[in-house]
Design a binder for this molecule. Structure first.
Ligand code: ATP
Ligand code: ZN
Length: 294
């Protein structure tokens, strides 16, 4: 391990991620996209990197908030649903945009449901007792929360509960279990959570990591676009292609034509393409951007 001149060990940021499950692949991919190469990351308890000062711990997602709170890890990647359910004093520092799902209430398809008040007095099975209680309290509903640790969706079918509160993404699991989603308790995605008041050297590593994550995310939201345009349309085209600052315009060998290069937001992508066509743009090329830094 590298040593500072003082003989103190160099600062290391300890990151907890899910050992296996829905967040594992995306967590590893994020680190890789940030240029962090992990040594033999294959399902060990922890691993290191030779090109970034981190140590990665592989844990059950439910344990991650506690480990970060106890400062066994400095930061963790975990679903916001788990972070809020565990309710530890740690900070949500970044929403990562993967692992999207929602914590929802569902009732048997045949049960009439016209609003939250229909849940009053029911027995609701969940693993998210804290979030459900909070939600019911906020809506002044008194119901019985029945805590179970897994396979929540089968609870109504076997007579264990009248309704459930569980994570949903497509809704197909609910459907196959004869249930209907009726209320969203919490929309969720994977987040980066950090221990409070990190020591300055660790905070500096976290800041570096956040800069990289930001660059990766920005790059995903934009595309690089190249096109040829007649010179008399350049002003029109520049008007719809603001670029990072302004588009790059280079004359082509063919008189009266230029090559235009810029970035375009994914959200208005198709709209921009249509306008470009209307302004006689040709040979439009759209390429992904790997990183984008100010
Ligand atoms: P562990 O063994 O780590 O405890 P787990 O079985 O509790 O794993 P997973 O099912 O892998 O957890 O889900 C991890 C996280 O993925 C969830 O907490 C949630 O934030 C997110 N997620 C995204 N979509 C879904 C979904 N459809 N169902 C459940 N979780 C989802
Ligand atoms: Zn779990």
């Amino acid at each position: 391990m590298t040593q500072q001149t003082t003989g103190e060990p160099a600062a290391i940021l300890r990151i907890a991620i899910q050992k296996s499950g829905r967040l594992y692949e995306d967590s590893i991919r994020l680190l890789r996209e940030c240029g962090i190469e992990l040594n033999n990351g294959n399902k060990q308890l922890k691993t290191t990197s030779d090109n970034f000062p981190v140590e990665v711990y592989f844990l059950r997602d439910d344990d991650i908030p506690q480990y970060v709170f106890d400062r066994v890890a400095d930061i963790g990647i975990v679903g916001e649903n788990v972070l809020l359910e565990k309710n530890k004093e740690i900070d949500l520092v970044y929403r990562l945009g993967f692992g999207r799902c929602r914590l929802s209430l569902a009732v048997p398809k045949a049960m009439p449901y016209s609003g939250l008040s229909d849940l009053a007095g029911l027995k609701i099975a969940t693993t998210y007792t804290h979030l459900l209680q909070q939600y019911l309290d906020k809506n002044s509903i008194v119901a019985e929360i029945h805590e179970i640790s897994g396979s929540v969706e089968i609870a109504p079918g076997i007579g264990l509960a009248d309704a459930i509160c569980d994570l949903v993404s497509s809704g197909s699991t609910l459907f196959t279990n004869g249930l209907r989603e009726v209320e969203v308790v919490l929309p969720s995605e994977a987040v980066l959570a950090a221990a409070q008041n990190l020591a300055a050297p660790k905070q500096a590593i976290l800041d570096k990591l956040l800069l990289r994550i930001n660059a990766v995310h920005r790059a995903k939201r934009v595309k690089y676009i190249l096109l040829n345009a007649p010179n008399d349309q350049l002003e029109n085209i520049a008007g719809i292609l603001p670029g990072a600052k302004s588009p790059t315009i280079v004359p082509l060998a063919e008189p009266g034509w230029s090559s235009v290069q810029s970035v375009v937001n994914e959200n208005d992508f198709w709209e921009v393409i249509e306008k470009l066509k209307a302004f006689k743009a040709e040979g439009i090329l759209v390429v992904p951007i790997e990183k984008m830094i100010d």
